[in-house]
Design a protein around this ligand. Structure first.
Ligand code: PDD
Length: 277
């Protein structure tokens, strides 16, 4: 297959980065995961805007116009003949002798991207998934989609070791988000999810879901909710680019919605399905 390295589409096996790339040494960079359905990027503009926002917030300026980048990604999808999958794209500050402070000389940021075939999680979307709870030990700029994913990775590993799909993170009593997803509860018909501030990533899928709620008279509250509210919720679900609207049917040893996806979750799955057709 093919990959993008610094604006060029080249053979995947030729795409190599220097050992002193700051992304490799410091996690000094940002990334995006974009869904591809039927050979087309889903919510491409939103992802590209977030990519620019993330990179600007750590002082890296994207050396391409977003339209240019979007065209390049479309070409990559074509060349790799991708119908259903994802694009992974990342931008690092670039290559420089190791020093925590940014290099004083201008360096070119390293842009890489590749595609991967990735089916929709049809089976789990029907049955729902199990989760565990874990303390959110990450930094205070979780709104930046940065390459520093150690906290997320440790949380996901804990879930994996417990045979679970996702770890639900909380800061003391407050639920923040999953290790790679946003978390929602439903109580008395109201969808509740953490407000988009510095403690969570503002999911593109979250924005799609909140718009769907608005358009379909499903009441929404974007606010912090507690572990207690999570435990007594009628329904719980998560969302992400790869997981779409995913029912949560277990948290630790506790069953949610009697181990079945709930009605509001199923309604949102149906509405989301219509968005991607
Ligand atoms: N993860 N929160 C975190 C911490 C995430 O890493 C992600 C996405 C989300 C959901 O965002 P979106 O709906 O825009 O995908 C929330 C991607 C898919 C990943 O790291 O693979």
């Amino acid at each position: 297959g093919f990959a993008i390295l610094n604006g060029k589409i080249i053979d995947r096996s030729e795409a190599k980065v220097d050992i002193e790339d700051r992304g490799y040494q410091f996690g000094d960079g940002v990334y995006e995961v974009i869904r591809v359905y039927n050979g087309k990027m889903f919510t491409a503009v939103e992802h590209l805007e977030r990519f620019v926002k993330s990179s600007n917030s750590i002082g890296i300026s994207l050396p391409y116009k977003t339209a240019e980048l979007s065209g390049l990604l479309e070409k990559l999808i074509d060349k790799n003949n991708l119908q259903l999958g994802i694009i992974y794209m990342q931008l690092t500050r670039g290559v420089a002798p190791r020093n925590h402070a940014f290099p004083t000389e201008r360096i070119t940021p390293t842009l890489t991207a590749y595609t991967k075939e990735f089916a929709r999680p049809d089976e789990s979307m029907k049955t729902g998934v199990k989760t565990i709870l874990t303390e959110d030990i990450r930094w205070l700029r979780c709104d930046i989609k940065s390459l520093n994913l150690l906290g997320n990775s440790l949380a996901k590993q804990k879930a994996a070791e417990a045979g679970c799909f996702e770890a639900i993170q909380h800061r003391d009593e407050n639920v923040t988000e999953g290790s790679s997803s946003n978390i929602y509860i439903v109580k008395n018909g109201v969808v509740i999810t953490h407000e988009s501030n510095n403690l969570i990533l503002k999911g593109i899928t979250k924005d799609v879901i909140l718009d769907l709620c608005l358009a379909n008279n499903i009441p929404v509250e974007e606010r912090t909710f507690t572990l207690e509210e999570l435990a007594s919720a009628d329904e719980v679900f998560l969302s992400s680019t790869t997981s779409e609207v995913m029912p949560i049917v277990g948290i630790g040893d506790k069953k949610v919605t009697e181990g079945q996806p709930g009605p509001v979750t199923k309604k949102l799955q149906k509405l989301f399905q219509q968005e991607i057709e």
